[in-house]
Design a protein around this ligand. Structure first.
Ligand code: T4K
Length: 369
């Protein structure tokens, strides 16, 4: 039996490269609490991504929670956001006792539609939380203009956007805070991990408070905070992974190029374009299975699975349809037609750096047949 091909397969460096780093941890016995690897990874990451004021954290969810806490939003206020994302995005808003207000996405890249944001602003609105979904940058300029006009904070969930550059600049440099995930399934992974990028020193200090119990030093605890620290193991791995990222990105670009060529001309299957002003990281390969295709998205998903290709419906169900959000006034399907349609048609194909050309051909052959 042929092995199942999953939606992703994490990149791992050669184990031999990791051993000396593990030996250092074993020798100095600093396992966590912002030790030497943590410090080094934080500095190198900032240089590598060309984005300032980075704070490492232990995963992408807590990166979002830290950013929301650091944005100091008014208690009980509303946060305008997209329904088209991973569940962590909306849960991070709700877990801070804020109300998510869903706004539809744009057809061309499935990011939040700025032309619909202003109509959703009320006196209770405190922030806009956009998602650079699949690494597609939101319309950061339009969103900032609206935020400035209404005095709102801007947070970007950039979990998919490691290394993405927009108009020659890191996409992490926009908004008040941007958050990354280094989960095993991401284009850049530290097994578990994440980071927050802050626009100001004061914002970064608040993220640090959140991350480490509000400690200033041994005797001074001037702020309330929790524990979102990254361990030395994850930080050492991150340092190692940085050295491989550009090669991984190049390989992913090649896999992406092959899929686009193989899928071209299949009626009813659409691929999202890569915008010209974006240096992509090729983190996912989403296709849209349109109604004119021979079978539905769910039938295609099942048939591919039976043939050994485990594609995933990222992002279905739509977050606004989940039981805890569907009664919100902004959650109605009629208000979110583009996100609803995308969530019904989306399928993320297996996609990773060393996906073999033969496997891609077999998969596309299956779609054809
Ligand atoms: N914001 C956004 C926009 C996000 O997409 C995410 C996470 C977050 C925030 C939160 O970041 P984290 O707190 O997770 O750092 C996965 C990931 O768990 C999740 O990180 C990710 N987004 C989401 C889009 O996908 P699942 O439930 O699909 O994962 P799972 O376990 O089914 O894995 C998918 C496939 O990957 C498996 O079929 C096999 C392969 N795999 C997975 C793991 C965990 C491996 O080969 N090795 C592995 O270790 O959620």
């Amino acid at each position: 039996m042929t092995e199942m091909i999953y939606v992703t397969r994490p990149f791992l460096p050669d184990l031999q490269e990791l051993i000396p780093l593990l030996e250092q941890i074993w020798t100095n016995r600093v396992l966590t609490n912002q030790g030497p690897f943590h410090q080094q990874f934080e500095e190198e990451l900032s240089k590598f991504l060309n984005a300032e004021r980075v704070s490492l954290v232990c995963n992408g969810m807590l990166a979002l929670s830290a950013a929301i806490a650091a944005a100091e939003l008014k208690a009980g206020s509303e946060v305008i956001t997209t329904p088209y994302s991973f569940v962590a995005t909306t849960h991070s808003i709700a877990m801070a006792n804020l109300t998510p207000v869903f706004v539809d996405v744009r057809k061309r890249d499935l990011t939040i539609d700025p032309s619909r944001i202003e109509a959703a602003i009320t006196p209770r609105t405190s922030a806009i939380l956009g998602v650079h979904v699949y690494g597609n940058p939101c319309d950061v300029e339009a969103i900032q203009t609206i935020a400035d006009r209404h005095d709102l904070k801007v947070i970007y969930d950039a979990a998919h956007a490691f290394g993405v550059r927009y108009r020659g600049k890191s996409v992490l440099g926009y908004g008040d805070f941007s958050t990354l995930s280094f989960h095993a399934t991401k284009a850049f992974n530290t097994f578990e991990g994440g980071a927050v990028f802050s626009a100001t020193d004061a914002g970064r200090q608040l993220v640090k408070n959140y991350r480490n119990f509000g400690f200033a030093d041994e005797l001074n605890i001037p702020a309330i905070g929790g524990n979102a620290k990254m361990s030395e193991f994850n930080a050492a791995l991150g340092l190692l992974q940085l050295g491989h990222f550009e090669e991984v990105r190049r390989q992913r670009a090649e896999v992406d190029r092959r899929y686009r060529a193989l899928l071209a001309g299949i009626g009813g299957i659409d691929v999202l374009p890569i915008p010209e002003d974006v240096e992509a990281n090729h983190s996912y390969f989403p296709i849209l299975v349109r109604p004119e295709f021979r079978v539905s998205r769910d039938e295609l998903y099942e048939q591919l699975k039976n043939a050994g290709f485990y594609a995933r419906r990222y992002f279905h169900p739509l977050l606004s349809s989940l039981p805890m959000y569907r009664d919100l006034p902004s959650a109605g399907e009629d208000r979110l037609p583009i996100a609803t349609e995308a969530s019904e048609q989306i399928l993320c194909l297996p996609f990773y750096h060393d996906l073999a050309e033969d496997d891609q051909k077999r998969l596309v052959e299956k779609i054809h047949s």
